[in-house]
Design a protein around this ligand. Structure first.
Ligand SMILES: Cc1ncc(COP(=O)(O)O)c(C=O)c1O
Length: 397
């Protein structure tokens, strides 16, 4: 079968929810992907912030092999070794006291929304069930997730949405304060809005949210599904702000390419949750958890995060120079660590196609933002190559 045959099969049999370029990817190695025709691509998408260690990491493969041979699935009716060890590790490296395992980002977000409401509805004299979510946010595609996502394009045609959600402006504390009422159980925020266009929160905003939540008896929930686990140059994005949440969601990079989602919570929230309140058949899958342990150990190994920070500082500095050099085509560089958005005058799709023609894969974050999400193991030479090629594309456009 050839590329065209596979694309024709997909188009005939798969529900058409995605629009994709004419590219069939077959294998990966390090920071490179290869298509069916043998073309090599430098990958600056990482499966949408998933493949932090790139492709074919030896330790990840060993973890899959070892655990798959032992046990792949038994359900949550029983205890298993990898999930217990991973839970301990996540708790020891975070603000949290407890974790809940599921299979994806949107599931982790749904679980968090349920935990917030259960806490709010059972902890106080009167029920607290409303959420304050942010305009321009993104939290996934299930109903709770789209209902708390502050972008109307994800709602259209799917109404009615979940009730009890108010939207404030990101980085505008006064707009959150105005909405915080006796019935509000939680404030929901991405420390860096990723899909919405790569907008980092300001330190004042996150610190202000923490203060407000403490004063008004609300939970602070951070969605670090895209920006957690080293993507921003620190293990958790919120570490750079010195502000801790009450709940945090993770997914993407943790599974090293296998599906996993986690909601991490403080004990005060855990106290409101009883056996039977929530569940997932595949949650805490032994293979996903075994791989996650390996990924986590590698991300937290001495020097790993410092390397990400150093290389990303270099990348940002070079991109800033590019913006100065091409002021009519580029407006701004935003982001933290290795989630970087470059705001373009022309549609981002044009640059993405130009990069692809030159065998580099990049993503967008909205209509006018080119988003770079390289594997965290990307070397400086790869970052330089992408900036040089961007420069060439800009010169020719
Ligand atoms: C911040 C954030 N939350 C939630 C999600 C949803 O995750 P998933 O696609 O694994 O359901 C995403 C995915 O892009 C995300 O970036």
């Amino acid at each position: 079968m050839r590329t065209a045959d596979i694309i024709a099969l997909e188009q005939q049999y798969i529900l058409q929810t995605y629009s994709r370029p004419d590219l069939v990817l077959e294998r990966g190695n390090g920071v490179y992907l290869f298509d069916m025709d043998g073309n090599r691509y430098l990958d600056f998408v990482s499966g949408l912030a998933v493949n932090a260690l790139g492709y074919g990491d030896y330790d990840v493969l060993k973890a899959i092999e070892g655990q798959a041979a032992k046990l792949m699935h038994v359900s949550n009716l029983y205890h298993t070794v990898p999930s217990a060890r991973l839970a301990q590790k996540l708790v020891e490296h975070s603000f949290a006291d407890r974790v809940f395992f599921c299979n994806s980002g949107t599931e982790a977000w749904e679980a968090s929304l349920k935990f917030c409401r259960k806490w709010g509805n059972t902890t106080f004299e009167k029920p607290k069930y409303r959420f304050i979510a942010m305009n321009n946010s993104f939290h996934g595609r299930t109903y709770g997730s789209i209902s708390t996502t502050g972008q109307p394009k994800y709602h259209k045609g799917f109404e009615p949405l979940l009730p009890g959600i108010d939207f404030a402006d990101f980085n505008n504390l006064a707009s959150v304060e105005k909405l915080a009422g006796d019935e509000t159980c939680a404030v929901l925020v991405e420390p860096v809005q990723a899909e919405g266009g790569v907008y980092p929160a300001t330190p004042e905003f996150l610190a202000g949210l923490r203060r407000l939540c403490d004063e008004r008896g609300m939970l602070l929930v951070f969605d670090e599904i895209q920006v957690g686990l080293g993507r921003t140059g620190s293990l958790w994005a919120h570490q750079q702000y010195g502000v801790e949440p009450d709940i945090m969601t993770l997914a993407k990079a943790l599974g090293g390419g296998l599906p996993i989602g986690v909601a991490l919570l403080r004990q005060k929230v855990a106290d409101a949750i009883k056996p039977g309140d929530h569940a997932a058949t595949f949650g805490a899958n032994p293979v996903s958890c075994a791989v996650a342990l390996t990924v986590f150990d590698k991300l937290t190994a001495p020097g790993f995060m410092a390397g990400v920070k150093e290389r990303s500082d270099h990348f940002h500095a070079r991109l800033h120079k590019l913006v100065q050099r091409w002021p009519e085509q580029l407006k701004e560089v935003r982001g933290r660590g290795l989630i970087v958005g470059v705001v373009t005058e022309k549609p981002a799709a044009e640059y993405i196609a130009a990069f692809r023609q030159r065998n580099i894969l990049v993503a967008s974050a909205g209509p006018n933002v080119v988003r770079f999400l390289p594997p965290l193991v990307t070397e400086q030479s790869h970052l330089d190559e992408v900036v040089d090629i961007f420069d060439e594309i800009l010169r020719q456009s």
